[in-house]
Design a protein around this ligand. Structure first.
Ligand code: 5RP
Length: 268
């Protein structure tokens, strides 16, 4: 691996081999997503605990200070919306030159395996990888399911992750699944990070799936709504960080989260 690529990968994946990415890109197709209506307010308190943020150029420029940032994974696919015809019909929205200008550590793109736009999204990934490799910029592929959340099972996820890796993604972001997640990770020869999906009911559920996913080979998370849509996002991200970088158990993470919540309560 060339020096620039290796250096950018090291900015994303920490020396323990693990990573906590904070995605705040949801507005690119969902508009002002709940609790991300004012991105700066959501992002600023969480930034110290993230290893990198996944973000569009618009929110990066408007809502993150360049002198107080974390490594950037720039979301460079889009062009669809939740009220449009098909979320899978994405194109590339940002050039590699712009990614370099913004000092991005990586770029991220969604692929929609099994959709009407499978071919386009996969060829977009391949093209982005060609461009990224030219400049030493890693590509993170996002195995997106659009509105078809039921696709989040091992056979589908394994297929999508493997295809992303085969086309040259350096990191793959996918969903956790309860059954056979180890097979998803094993079949993907590049590091896998887990997304959270829509907010689940309890904190413990999040800690349990993050912990289980890590035991099964994921290197970390790219977890958004299950952090910043909770009532205590800072407590939440600190607890998730403990699982990822200190191998905390779900119970230890819950205890940490509770004590951080108590502190926040006292200070409010
Ligand atoms: C949105 C994304 C998000 O980055 C990804 O889904 C992770 O966020 P969440 O944990 O909220 O699902 O790609 O398009």
């Amino acid at each position: 691996m060339e020096w620039g690529m290796a250096n950018r990968m090291a900015q994303l994946i920490q020396s323990d081999g693990h990573a906590l990415f904070l995605p705040v890109d949801h507005g690119y197709f969902q508009g002002p997503t709940r609790k991300l209506e004012e991105p700066r307010k959501t992002i600023e308190p969480l930034l110290p605990y993230a290893d990198a943020i996944f973000i569009t150029r618009g929110v990066l420029r408007s809502s993150v200070d360049p002198d107080d940032a974390k490594p950037i994974i720039l979301r460079v696919s889009g062009g669809t919306s939740v009220v449009g015809k098909d979320l899978a019909d994405e194109g590339l929205t940002t050039s590699m030159e712009e990614a370099i200008r913004l000092n991005a550590s990586a770029v991220g793109i969604s692929i929609f395996v099994g959709s009407d736009y499978e071919r386009e999204s996969l060829l977009n990934l391949a093209k982005l990888v060609d461009e990224g490799e030219k400049y030493g910029i890693p590509v993170m592929a996002v195995t997106a399911v659009g509105k078809e959340l039921e696709k989040r099972e091992a056979r589908y996820l394994a297929l999508a992750c493997r295809i992303a890796a085969e086309l040259g993604a350096r990191v793959v972001k996918t969903y956790y699944c309860e059954e056979d997640f180890d097979k998803v990770v094993r079949g993907c020869p590049v590091p896998v990070v887990m997304a959270g999906g829509p907010k689940v009911d309890t904190e413990l559920e999040v800690f349990e799936f993050v912990y289980d996913g890590m035991q099964k080979g994921a290197i970390g998370v790219n977890l958004g709504r299950n952090v910043w849509q909770t009532d205590f996002p800072v407590a939440m991200i600190k607890a998730i960080r403990a699982i990822i970088h200190q191998n905390a158990t779900p119970k230890e993470a819950q205890d940490l989260c509770d004590s951080e919540k108590a502190k926040e309560h006292k200070n409010s």
